[in-house]
Write a protein that binds this ligand. Structure first.
Ligand code: URP
Ligand code: ZN
Ligand code: ZN
Length: 464
């Protein structure tokens, strides 16, 4: 057995001084444990011991805008485990003309044998039709319980299609997420910017203002309410969008994840909310950087104003945001992002972050959040919303041995020079941070040590 000793365990009941034993891929004991001969003893003095962090929003090996994301499952999950993330929920994406079952097979092939972290898939439904509807139960059988629809891009569904998806997914207790931006408005506003001669990156946030998100959030909340189905608002970035969620939750008397409860699978209207560290740290002044550097931050929704940052941080502190994910969607600056040098609308949208989410969150919030809060936002709640709790997201006997020994005292500076993401920049370049995983176990196997990967490739598919 592997026995972690001398650490502070972050359990569902709170902090606990004690030891944790792993046998194979399971946590078998928590408490006072005396190691026996042959046990491997792992020292966690001065460290917090967390259930492995779960990133509920990644795009690995994703074809977009005539290119493919720079990180595939090998590099992306290597970076993930180095930063303490032991499970990713990636977006298998159905393209027009494809079936959702084929999309799942395609994504499984991208991950199998390559993923250092455990992996599950949401299904991004981009071509809703009778065939997709008929295949949903088979997808459920294959372990896919969460879905995403888009209101923008050429992957967008109509409102009536989204309503149907919500009703069908509700039937088996799944949850539907949505990219909430009004795509028609984005297209019109982009055209306006280009016609006015604004081709550089500073036009990106102007073409996707807060109203574009808030209107879509409002609409998705009403669609969820109409379907009486659970919804997940992904990558929330604005104060205006947050206000729509507050209003919708209040009017319907509903909430997100309730403390101390697993998420119900009986399907009634609930609004789960996800945001990402970049929306709580960086603002839209990044788009005015010289030498096309603004392209590094071109993601959608865009970075916002300080007032939005303040509102999102307040919502995190009030427990109104359920999960923190990355929306990791990486493109190289020296090549891929250059596609939009003369036209900001041609810059592939997305930014890297899979390696740095836990430490950046701790930088943003410090002691304003407790270790139990970090656990809730980045492990427990994603496990609950996406149907993995308590096998994942909790240090309890019988759970999967995905464990992070986190040393809060290591001081270091984030830089692309030392990171493991397969991309030539990070939006967090130069950020001085405290904390790094000393050991990261995926299914009981050591996957990273002191921020560096081991040779092990221990990730397995999480059938939910
Ligand atoms: O710009 C981003 N975030 N690209 C990834 C796809 C999405 O909308 O989540
Ligand atoms: Zn999105
Ligand atoms: Zn995304």
């Amino acid at each position: 057995m592997k026995i972690i000793v001398n650490g502070t365990l972050i359990t569902p009941g709170g902090k606990m001084e004690g030891s944790l034993a792993m046998d194979g891929d399971r946590i078998v004991r928590i408490g006072d444990i005396t190691p026996s001969d042959g046990d491997e003893v792992i020292d966690a003095s001065g460290c917090f011991v967390y259930p492995g962090f779960i990133d509920g929003h990644t795009h690995l090996d994703l074809p977009v805008a005539g290119t493919v994301t720079a990180d595939d499952f090998a590099s992306g999950t290597t970076a993930a485990v180095c930063g303490g993330t032991t499970t990713v929920v990636d977006f298998a994406t159905q393209y027009k003309g494809d079936t959702i079952l084929n999309a799942l097979e395609t994504w499984k092939k991208k991950a199998v044998g390559k993923s250092k972290a455990n992996y599950a898939f949401h299904m991004a439904i981009c071509d809703w039709n009778e065939e997709a509807k008929a295949m949903l139960p088979a997808l459920r059988e294959a372990g896919v319980t969460s879905f995403k629809v888009y209101m923008a891009y050429d992957t967008a569904l109509t409102d009536s299609e989204i309503l149907e998806v919500l009703r069908e997914v509700k039937k088996f207790g799944g949850v539907t997420g949505c990219h909430c931006e009004n795509g028609g408005l984005v297209t019109a506003l982009q055209k306006e910017q280009l016609e006015a001669g604004h081709t550089d990156t500073s036009a990106h946030p102007l073409s996707r203002p807060a109203e574009v998100e808030a209107e879509a959030v409002n609409r998705f909340c009403y669609l969820g309410r109409l379907a009486d189905a659970p919804i997940n608002i992904v990558h929330l970035s604005t104060r205006l969008g947050l206000e729509e969620i507050r209003k919708a939750r209040k009017e319907a008397g509903t909430c997100g994840v309730k403390a101390g409860e697993a998420c119900p699978s009986d399907g009634g209207f609930r609004i789960y909310v996800e945001s990402c560290p970049q929306y709580m740290l960086l603002d839209d002044s990044c788009y005015s950087k010289k030498d096309f550097e603004g392209a590094k931050y071109v993601c959608s929704p865009p970075l916002r104003k300080q007032s939005d940052i303040d509102a999102l941080k307040e919502a995190v502190l009030l427990g109104e945001i359920d999960t923190i994910a990355t929306d990791h969607c990486s493109f190289r600056f020296d090549t891929q992002k250059q596609a939009g040098r003369d036209d900001f609308t041609k810059i592939p949208n997305g930014a890297p972050g899979i390696e740095h989410r836990p430490v950046v969150m701790m930088k943003i919030f410090g002691d304003d959040l407790s270790p139990s809060d970090y656990c809730r936002l980045m492990s427990e709640n994603p496990a609950k919303v996406f149907g993995m709790f308590p096998k994942k997201g909790a240090l309890i006997e019988g759970a999967d041995a995905d464990v992070v020994v986190w040393d809060p005292n290591v001081k270091w500076t984030i830089s692309a020079a030392g990171h493991h993401q397969n991309v030539d920049y990070t939006p967090f370049e130069g950020l001085e941070v405290s904390g790094r995983p000393r050991y990261v176990f995926v299914g009981g196997t050591l996957a990273a040590e002191n921020g560096e990967p081991t040779a092990a490739c221990a990730g397995t598919y999480v059938k939910r």
